[in-house]
Design a protein around this ligand. Structure first.
Ligand code: FAD
Length: 416
């Protein structure tokens, strides 16, 4: 129950900012989202939605609409890059629901964003596009836009991604926090359902619904159907460089195919159907000294606070968890003067979890990208063993429980 309604300004209307807006609006706050882009991004790429974020969508009461847009994979299958032989299979549907109470889903990023925007605007949040944040004054909680306009609230949320202006101008001001580009880039592409089904070598990828991931030296291909089976999504991680934070640089299709010339014939056949690719560098952030400004009025969520490599598919999920916990902590106070206490409490409850996942994602990348040899053979034997510790953290029972079992509203693990 809301005792007081705060004016909250969220900088950045990506997945994290929009979900946070929904969480705060449902608690009765006045929410304005300032988004730099003038239109909703239609970047053609899939995203995995793990049980820990499905839980939040359900709690917000918006899951039913969302469910119509998703695909439910049966398993995540890690495969040897050159033969396609399965190395490790993580059962997803119905196992995730049985174990964690919520399913593991796949969705088109643009559908996810559109759905969250619709839900947020139906609830009555104000969403302003073409509002590029230049800087934030942490003392007055005032957001200054490049256009010259300003907005002042009781609290400012920085949800403006890996190159956050909110972080750099109001939260961590003593040094420039540069994103850490990894040595890998990702190509992203989609193939329409009809084209997939017309080719007998790859049709099974569409009809036998799984997340497949072929792992090899410094490269992998992660692929799965999205948009309720309307298209096939392919993410191809490989050594290379692109601009940090740019999600839509065109890539070279021949270069892309060349990167995977030693891969499973099924992958190579799949890639013959790719007409164009986008690429971006995979980068993360170092641990930040704080997520809350010294004034106690500005707070970071999502990639602005803890951008991570995608090797555990948790970046957006963690951004969504941040918003849920932030709304709970603000709900515990009754006056504007207590906002710094609520924000620090949010930081205390949250900071370590995404930072652990950041490190876990780096580690998973290293494990997936081993060269062939003794270490890779040991890894494969452990992955196949099925009991005990699995070097792929996604499949490791203990890590999985920690990752997917979290309740961001109570910041606890529900009792079994
Ligand atoms: C290849 C790849 C695959 C991934 N797969 C998954 C996955 O399967 N599952 C998962 O959970 N995560 C995944 N992620 C991570 C996920 O995409 C991010 O963690 C997530 O998008 C972060 O959301 P965000 O809202 O914090 O930031 P962003 O998505 O970066 O959104 C930031 C928003 O702020 C806006 N903005 C930026 N600067 C300004 C400014 N100055 N003023 C106003 N607005 C501004 C931007 O336009 C954008 O709308 C993947 C990432 C990559 C690179």
């Amino acid at each position: 129950m809301v005792m007081v309604s705060f004016n909250v300004i969220i900088c950045g209307g990506g997945l994290g900012g929009l979900a946070c807006a929904i969480g705060l609006k449902k608690k009765g706050h006045n929410v304005t989202v300032l988004e730099a882009s003038s239109t909703l991004s239609e970047v053609g790429a899939g995203i995995q939605v793990p049980p820990n974020s499905v839980k939040i969508l359900k709690e917000y009461g918006i899951f039913d609409k969302f469910e119509k847009l998703v695909t439910r994979p049966k398993n995540i299958i890690l495969r040897r890059y050159d033969t396609g032989a399965p190395l490790s299979t993580t059962p997803l549907d119905p196992d995730m629901t049985e174990t964690y109470g919520n399913p593991y889903l796949l969705i088109h990023r643009a559908d996810y964003q559109r759905f969250l925007l619709e839900a947020a605007t139906e609830l009555g949040i104000t969403y302003k596009t073409g509002c590029r944040v230049k800087e934030v004054d942490p003392e007055t909680a005032t957001v200054h836009l490049e256009s010259g306009e300003s907005y002042t609230g009781d609290v400012v949320v920085g949800a403006d991604g890996i190159r956050s202006k909110v972080r750099d101008t109001a939260v961590v001001t003593e040094e420039v926090v540069s994103p850490l580009p990894s040595s890998n880039c990702a190509f992203r592409a989609t193939v329409p359902k009809e084209e997939m089904l017309s080719d007998p070598v790859i049709a099974h990828l569409m009809t036998d619904v799984n997340s497949n991931c072929w792992i090899g030296y410094r490269r992998h291909v992660m692929a799965y159907p999205i948009r309720n089976g309307e298209m096939y999504n392919i993410v191809m991680s490989h050594p290379g460089q692109a601009s940090v934070g740019k999600w839509n640089e065109p890539g070279d299709v021949n270069e892309m195919r060349n990167h995977y010339k030693t891969f499973d014939p099924v992958v190579r056949q799949l890639l013959t159907h790719v007409k164009s690719v986008l690429k971006w560098v995979l980068a993360d952030l170092p641990k930040l000294p704080r997520w809350v400004s010294k004034s106690g009025k500005v707070v970071l969520i999502g990639d602005a606070a803890h951008a991570m490599l995608p090797y555990l598919a948790q970046g957006a999920a963690q951004a969504i968890e941040d918003g849920a916990t932030l709304a709970e902590e603000l709900d515990k106070i009754t006056s504007v003067s207590e906002i710094p206490t609520a924000l620090l409490s949010y930081q205390k409850l949250r900071k370590r979890r995404p930072e652990t996942i950041q490190a876990g994602a780096r580690k998973n990348g290293d494990i997936w990208h081993l060269p062939d040899g003794e270490e890779q053979e040991e890894r494969d034997a452990l992955m196949n063993a099925r009991d005990g510790h699995n070097p792929d953290q996604w499949s490791d029972r203990e890590f999985q429980q920690w990752l997917f079992g979290w309740d961001a509203f109570t910041s606890t693990y529900p009792k079994a």
